[in-house]
Ligand binder design. Structure first.
Ligand code: CP
Ligand code: NVA
Length: 309
């Protein structure tokens, strides 16, 4: 089924493996009871250095629905927060539990957990990537259009974890991708992530376009996405960021440039009036609650394949 022992980055996964995960997520959505005992007695440790609503609740609910249990471990309460090395934490947790999901600041923390532990490690968001979210988003897009191949995906906003995972995910699933970030390089995507995603897009015969022009970028889009301008850990830059993203709000006028059947998605939490207007995110093109629900099914698919072996 899957050759990967961990789920750290979309970039590690082949197109075939992503399809397996998406098909399982769809099946879990249709037939949740069929998986009732799939993770009987299994334990997932869930380390959080940052806040979470969807990620925590989808994993905790998901493993419970498959017969296992999730343990919420705030970094404030476990010894990591007091400086216990990651390698000791990874080795010790591996003696207790069957999998580790972690939401961290540094991406290296999740790769180190994988390196020093002996159980599957899942990236529940780092400053660099948010791969679990992208699985739910791909599931949502496929539900809407019946396919992913040939769709034009456009992201307008900060060159952050979401932007990175979107360019990776579209590069494995036959979608064209446009990323619109401000001119100021501070808000651009990571150059290494872009280069690797460019190679994936070239290999599958699609385009990855990086631009600073929201109106040109969104033209003909089937899927429009944005994200907060102030990611977790950047709160002190809020005023500066609001100024830097002037003209980047996804509003009705901008959405009018997209395809007439375009959908709008957002990983949430959203800040209405900043990255998106209320009439778009709460309007008929929005799929945000289907997308949020799909976190449950997509996350269950990941733990089913990694921990159910
Ligand atoms: N989209 C997302 O990851 O939400 P949370 O921060 O609430 O987990
Ligand atoms: N880019 C956001 C995503 C939140 C789910 C952040 O990192 O805070």
């Amino acid at each position: 089924m899957l050759t990967q022992p961990h789920f750290l980055s979309i970039a590690d996964y082949s197109a075939r493996e992503l399809r397996v995960l998406l098909d399982t997520a769809d099946d879990l959505k249709r037939h949740p009871k069929a998986y009732r005992d799939a993770l009987q007695g299994k334990v997932l440790a869930m380390i959080f250095e940052k806040s979470s609503t969807r990620t925590r609740v989808s994993f905790e609910t998901g493993i419970f629905q498959m017969g296992g249990i999730g343990q919420f471990l705030s970094s404030r309460d476990i010894q990591i927060g007091r400086g216990e090395p990651i390698y000791d934490t990874a080795a010790v947790l591996s003696r207790f539990v069957d999998g580790i999901m972690a939401r961290t600041f540094a991406h290296q923390t999740v790769t180190d957990l994988a390196k020093y532990g002996t159980v599957p490690v899942i990236n529940g968001l780092t400053d660099l990537e948010h791969p679990c979210q992208i699985m739910a988003d791909l599931q949502t897009m496929r539900e809407n259009f019946g396919k992913l191949e040939g769709l034009k995906f456009v992201y307008i906003g900060d060159g952050n974890n979401m932007a990175h995972s979107y360019m990776q995910g579209t590069g494995k699933t036959g979608m064209h991708c446009t990323i619109v970030t401000p001119k100021d390089a501070k808000y651009s995507c990571n150059a290494d992530v872009i280069a690797a995603a460019q190679a994936d897009h070239a290999a599958q015969g699609t385009t990855l376009t990086i631009t600073d022009d929201p109106k040109a970028g969104i033209a003909g889009a089937h899927v429009v996405a944005t994200d907060t301008w102030v990611s977790m850990g950047m709160e002190e830059e809020k005023a500066e960021r609001i100024a830097a993203f002037k003209g980047f709000t996804v509003d009705k006028a901008l959405m009018a440039q997209a395809d007439k059947d375009a959908i709008f998605i957002h990983c949430l939490p959203a800040y209405r009036g900043y990255e998106v207007t209320a009439d778009v995110i709460d309007g008929p093109q929005s799929r945000i609650y289907d997308e949020a629900e799909n976190r449950l099914h997509a996350q269950k698919a990941i733990i089913y394949h990694l921990m159910g072996r």
